[in-house]
Design a protein around this ligand. Structure first.
Ligand code: HDD
Length: 676
């Protein structure tokens, strides 16, 4: 087995139809595909037209139910490499040998929206990874937020009913800004911590390539000696964690509802393979009760400053899918798909998930044989006595399909632990059967406050604006007030801030005495790089060619993607006759689709060109984006009165300009800019 094992397995199922003769599904060549078989040129269609019947029947059955949550998703193939053997902590085979590469398939998703919804909505993002290991598939089914709304899986249907469009009018699509969601929140206050994340910039990522991933639950690593550690999983994007601004995100939803999938697939096509490092936080079993939170509570994170994240490997996404339905839509993840060395804990949210995922695949993928679909097949062999069912592919030979038997020498036989058989961690459990919440799960606000304390001033401002937007869309005054009162327990400035914006009464009680903060939670402290960022270059005829060429070359060297925008498609001629191909017009592009704008200018000085350029500049400016201008371009900055603002770079020395502009692109946004 090697990093190509999955690709080689999939190759058996790939079909290229181009250049071939058309046949029915029975392999019969078809002579005509435009006209049904009729009794006479103007007569009725005949029942015996098997080609028509087959084609139409297949079409009528093309759709399957979308996922109840995470319906809108996009995926890619890749590979996982380990940095150092993890033998001390786990016996998982794929975490032993740094020279071994494990194939992976990752599906990113939004949670609330339908399959066709826009991608830049405010929401958590799913981050589900399938490792095709030699010991079977291991699925890490996480989100880009490290905590969850609820503590017990039995509340999941309620949460999802409250988030989804309201049942009487199916409004709003892919949004939490409505009464039922906030009514649920105010009446299920364990959600406070995750709501803080959902109202923060984390919920509007710039790219799937620029967000963290978290396994959320506490799992168990078990080593060869049977010793266990509690473990939390992290994915850290090599490009850092970056977000959009809310106004921009909403506009992108209209201008390019496919923004995130386009970004991911284009990056892979360009060879800019997205990379994420895998990190683990480890707590010894004997330290289970040494923290001021319960390690089993999925609404709590382990502050990285208290429990450091040990980086143990890297995942690189390097191949787009060939067919979205066959791969992305039919992939079936399950937190219960584990390998020896990785085990569960009693987190009641995790325990419930272990039931739900197979159950949902049965309805979504139509029966118990979904593991045979090419994308879901393990790369190692699998043998058992399960048989039959809809769509069975495997042809199990022989007489015997039961255990124990003598006719097949009692095979397939269970494997001992030494032979790789999965043996559950022998945790001692005892207790009464009760329906209750542990006392240790009852602090709902301390970590929500810690999250708030950890934010920079601009991040805090964004959170207040997000609450003001969301609750501004809520019609019930009572729900609005309940939410204000609830978040007063997190922070009074926060609650007062949005209470004022929505015309609610300021909270009278509340205020937290938690002063702890965790710098790792602020995006202000993330990695900053210019590579793979997209710059829109506004260019007209007669542009200064030597200047533009040198800046474009400098951008390219740093991996920045420059795309030309002008009034028309075709070519624009520069001062010395150099021609540049225009990628977008003012009509087809928009400032919100770029990380930065570079204004070159040119002699296309008509009114429309001036107006369109001003729109791009002002829009980018109000979204705090870097703007660069050289020579004539500087006129535009002056005309729009932004020349001396932070993140606005201009100059006539091309080397100096390129260097400062690239540094500005890496900076991502300039929050200290005055935007009115
Ligand atoms: Fe879930 C899908 C992540 C709690 C029930 N979930 C789903 C996906 C992700 C997550 C990433 C999409 C997988 C894909 O791309 O196909 N879910 C989470 C996380 C949770 C969580 C990080 C909390 C820590 N989920 C959760 C609970 C339940 C479910 C408590 C039910 C008890 N989730 C499902 C599901 C889905 C699903 C209904 C819908 C489609 C699917 O499983 O395959 O079974």
């Amino acid at each position: 087995m090697n990093e190509n094992s999955k690709n080689e397995q999939l190759e058996q199922y790939r079909v290229d139809d181009s250049g071939k003769k058309m046949t029915t599904n029975q392999g019969l060549k078809v002579s005509e595909d435009e006209f049904s078989l009729k009794a006479g040129e103007r007569g009725p269609t005949l029942m015996e037209d098997f080609h028509f019947r087959e084609k139409m029947t297949h079409f009528d059955h093309e759709r399957i139910p979308e996922r109840i949550v995470h319906a809108r998703g996009f995926a890619a193939h890749g590979v996982f490499e380990l940095y150092e053997p993890m033998k001390e902590y786990t016996k998982a085979g794929f975490l032993q040998d740094p020279s071994k590469k494990t194939p992976v398939f990752v599906r990113f998703s939004t949670v609330a929206g339908s399959r066709g919804s826009a991608e830049t909505v405010r929401d958590a993002r799913g981050f589900a990874t399938k490792f095709y290991t030699e010991e079977g598939n291991y699925d890490l089914v996480g989100n880009n937020i490290p905590v969850f709304f609820i503590q017990d899986a039995i509340k999941f249907p309620d949460l999802v009913h409250a988030i989804k469009p309201e049942p009487h009018n199916e409004i709003p699509q892919a949004a939490t800004a409505h009464d039922t969601f906030w009514d649920f929140i105010a009446n299920n206050q364990e959600s406070a911590h995750m709501v803080m994340w959902a109202m923060s910039d984390r919920a509007i990522p710039r790219s799937f390539r620029m967000m963290e991933g978290f396994g959320v639950h506490t799992f168990r690593f078990v080593n060869g000696e049977g010793k266990a550690h509690f473990v939390k999983f992290h994915w850290k994007p090599v490009l850092g964690t970056h977000s959009l601004v809310w106004d921009e995100a909403q506009k992108i939803s209209g201008k390019d509802p496919d923004f995130h999938r386009r970004d991911l697939s284009e990056a892979i096509d360009n060879g800019d393979f997205p990379e994420y490092e895998l990190g683990v936080q480890l707590i010894k079993e004997e330290d289970e009760f040494s923290f001021d939170f319960d390690v089993l509570d999925p609404t709590k994170l382990w502050p990285e400053e208290d429990v450091p994240v040990k980086i143990i490997g890297k995942m690189t996404l390097n191949r787009n899918v060939d067919n979205v339905f066959a791969e992305t839509e039919q992939v079936a993840f399950h937190p219960g798909h584990v390998v020896p060395g990785i085990d569960f804990t009693n987190d009641p949210l995790l325990q419930g998930r272990l039931f739900s995922y197979t159950d949902t695949q049965l309805i979504r993928l139509g029966g118990p044989n979904f593991h045979e679909l090419p994308i879901n097949r393990p790369v190692c062999p699998f043998h058992n006595n399960q048989r039959d069912g809809y769509g069975r592919h495997t042809i199990n030979k022989g007489q015997v399909s039961y255990h124990k038997n003598s006719l097949a020498a009692n095979t397939p036989a269970p494997a001992s632990e030494e032979e790789g058989g999965y043996v559950h961690y022998q945790e001692k459990v005892e207790g009464r059967k009760v329906r209750t919440r542990s006392e240790s799960f009852k602090d709902h606000f301390s970590q929500a406050t810690m999250f708030w304390n950890s934010m920079s001033e601009p991040e805090k401002e964004h959170i207040i604006q997000a609450f003001s937007f969301e609750l501004g869309k809520v019609k019930s005054k009572s729900v609005q007030q309940q939410v204000v009162n609830m978040f007063a327990n997190v922070n009074l400035d926060l609650a007062k801030g949005f209470a004022e914006a929505i015309g609610a009464n300021p909270p009278e009680n509340g205020e937290s005495d938690v002063s702890k903060s965790s710098p790792a939670l602020s995006q202000e402290n993330t990695k900053k790089k210019p590579s793979t960022r997209k710059v829109g270059v506004i260019i007209g005829s007669n542009f200064n060619a030597p200047e533009v060429t040198s800046v474009l070359n400098a951008l390219k060297e740093e991996g920045v993607q420059a795309e030309m925008i002008s009034d028309k498609l075709g070519k624009k001629k520069g001062s010395d006759g150099t021609e540049l191909e225009i990628d977008h017009t003012f009509l087809t592009a928009d400032s919100v689709l770029f990380d930065a704008i570079y204004v070159v200018g040119g002699s296309d000085g008509n009114k429309k060109f001036i107006k369109d350029t001003a729109y791009f500049i002002n829009e980018a400016f109000s979204h705090y984006k870097p703007i660069g201008a050289t020579h004539e371009g500087k006129k535009w900055l002056e005309a729009n009165e932004i020349k001396d603002s932070p993140g606005v770079v201009h100059g006539d020395d091309m080397n100096e300009f390129a260097e400062s502009f690239i540094a500005a692109i890496a900076e991502h946004r300039y929050w200290d800019r005055k935007v009115v």
